[in-house]
Ligand binder design. Structure first.
Ligand SMILES: NC(=O)c1ccc[n+]([C@@H]2O[C@H](COP(=O)([O-])OP(=O)(O)OC[C@H]3O[C@@H](n4cnc5c(N)ncnc54)[C@H](O)[C@@H]3O)[C@@H](O)[C@H]2O)c1
Ligand SMILES: [Zn+2]
Length: 279
């Protein structure tokens, strides 16, 4: 099967869309089980805006999850994608992930849903660094729980009592307590200019390669749908069920790290990992 994927990839001009499945081997859980049902129900932007209680719930869970989320490193799958991009086979790399692991592997990816590495004030619009914001959260909440299970998106399972005791941290510019992660939350839309840019890149691409996404979320699926409509070849690689697979040209249910590394080997591309970068 890797042979078919290598052949697909070797023809280049790829529009590559990546999802949470690419980062599970880095220890960040995905949203959907293999059958496509959700593991957790994320907070919507509308719920987040509904009051301080909702924001305490979001931030206590995120603050606890952040330490492990921020420590995650790219895996073989990210390094292989970076190798494909270095080799000039990728027209456009776009990710639904908010973990920054493409950049950490040296790849240049458009982050469709933003990144958890910064926060944005809903009142004044100013952005600030998440690591610095996390330091202020820790100062205000010295007794945050530790050693809890990490969930998708840097979320974590936290007891109700810890939520109620959580002290919200204000925007450093205007003092508002309505500060959100700098990501497109459920219930929000990807900015129109970003979507249009991606459609233009899709137009310039020969084929679409999806890596580790259930494609349940429309913001990514629309590009696959447009490619299928215009007759561009589509390949889907992921362990679970993937929307559109009955119409795709190639569907592989394989783990991404090993599969993408083997694909690069077949193409004679060197995959640079953190282990071999220093040697
Ligand atoms: N790492 C992150 O930044 C992160 C993590 C979770 C969710 N999210 C957000 O949640 C949404 C989730 O949508 P999605 O489609 O990206 O994710 P998803 O959870 O809906 O789908 C992930 C898919 O990858 C498969 N998978 C898991 N591990 C795999 C592996 N090792 N090899 C191959 N396949 C594997 C799963 O079976 C599943 O089908 C996105 O909008 C994203 O913004 C981001
Ligand atoms: Zn502000």
């Amino acid at each position: 099967m890797t042979a078919e994927l290598a052949e697909f990839v070797a023809q280049g001009d790829l529009f590559v869309l990546t999802g949470a499945g690419l980062s599970t081997e880095s220890g960040i859980p995905d949203y959907r089980k293999p059958d496509g049902t959700r593991r957790t129900v994320p907070m919507t932007f509308q719920q987040f805006l509904s009051g301080d209680d909702a924001r305490r719930r979001y931030w206590v869970r995120s603050a606890v999850g952040w330490e492990r989320f921020a420590a995650a490193r790219p895996n073989g799958g990210h390094h292989a994608v970076a190798a494909l991009q270095r080799a000039g086979l990728v027209q456009h790399l776009v990710t639904q992930n908010v973990d920054g692991l493409h950049a950490a592997s040296g790849a240049d990816a458009l982050e469709l849903h933003g990144s958890l590495s910064s926060v944005q004030c809903v009142e004044c619009g100013s952005r600030s660094d998440r690591a610095e914001f996390q330091g202020r959260i820790r100062d205000a909440n010295p007794n945050l729980p530790r050693d809890v299970a990490l969930l998708a998106d840097g979320d974590a399972e936290v007891a109700r009592s810890a939520q109620d005791a959580f002290v919200l941290v204000a925007c450093p510019h205007c003092g508002s307590l309505v500060v959100k992660p700098d990501v497109v939350m459920f219930g929000e839309s990807v900015p129109t200019a970003t979507v249009e840019h991606c459609y233009a890149q899709l137009e310039l691409s020969r084929a679409v390669l999806v890596l580790g996404s259930s494609l349940k979320v429309m913001s990514g699926f629309r590009f696959v749908s447009a490619a299928l409509k215009s007759g561009k070849p589509v390949a889907l690689v992921g362990l679970g069920s993937m929307r559109g697979s009955e119409r795709a040209d190639l569907v592989l249910h394989e783990p991404l790290g090993a599969t993408l590394t083997a694909t690069c080997e077949r193409l004679g591309l060197q995959v640079q990992t953190e282990a071999n970068a220093t040697t």
